[in-house]
Design a protein. Sequence first.
Length: 432
Amino acid sequence: MSHPRRNVFVLGLDEANLPALQAVPGAGDLNLHPLLSIAELQEGEVSVPDLIDRACRVLDAFDGRIDAIVGYWDFPVSTLVAVLGERYGTRAPSLESVVKCEHKYWSRLVQAEVVPDHPNFGRVDLDASEPRPPDGVSFPMWLKPALSYSSELAYGVKDMAGFEEAVGHIRDGIARVGRPFEYILDQLELPPEMAGVGAQACLAEEALEGLQVAVEGYVHDGEVTVYGVLDSINYPDSTSFLRHQYPSALPAPVQRRLRETSMRVMEHIGMDGATFSIEFFYDPHADSIAILEINPRHSQSHAELFQFVDGVPNHHCMLALSLGEDPALPNRQGPYELAAKWYYRWFTDGVVRRIPSPDEVEKIADSIPGVRIDVVPDEAQRLSEIGQQDSYSYEVAHIFTGGDSEEELREKYDRCVAALRLNFDSPTAHSS
């Protein structure tokens, strides 16, 4: 006897993630419904009450059963999953557990209660006439808002001149995400150590050194499972990612420590029924690990990597948890030993002169086995007008490659970059 297809509402459902969602086991038995667009959710300064109202109008008008509400983006999506889950009775983590991960200062306080694996940190008073670094935090350091997207408004600083410049940028831009986040904080009973901190807080942390690595997992019925460890490799002499590579090449004892720390922290946070990803630094000279940040969602950036190596995208864990099913991923059942997501970046502003058509992109990907390509900008778009960028570069394409060696991953990436033939004019040349 066939059972009815279940209705899953996806906040910020986008074309780039649709193939991976449709590749999840059992996806043929699901109706995937978009709930709010990426533009509504992330462009400009959003209003959380307005987003909740809009989402509720769509859900209330739906003539059918609402089986799950999911999302794989940062704020406001992560918090909306919790808020709407409570309202519509779908499986979701508690709002408090999500915010304990997402508010970078609160997250540091919570981490410090159970693990020593984090940098020295403190708050910067943006309202002071002359803001100063917090006591006990030394240069070089990173300044960042308590909440931001994709490393937006995160600045590495080496001295007071850099500190003052970064504070100016953060002061000017922090409200875009901070003001909407205030609404979410107002829904919670905050602990005394969070009194007066608010959502527009600025965090200073000593810079971490070493190799960057990401740990992905989920919490199911109170039990924490880590299902993947990935390496994050930067462009030379840069803090911008060149690629994420799975599985990690770090020694097994180091990976075991990363897993143990992840499990201890997530148990302490008290999150349940959700995926997570934690970014770490591993310093091979000191043989030390340190948490960079905790995300209350899996990384949609890694979906194809798990599909290439394990045979199933990590979206499976999110969907299974939301439907009350077993979220376990298969292990090494995919067609390749290794996989990478490459960030093809431009390090100066420019205007896109030419991008290949979707058909051209598809032909390039079809001609190279184990490749998927997403071009980021539109033709004639200025790179500095693309949202969700880090403070130092512009992403112009995401290139996913599967292979049986690092050499094969890189060779496929180089072939894709050459075939894309992306061209950019300098902004001044374009406007003259």
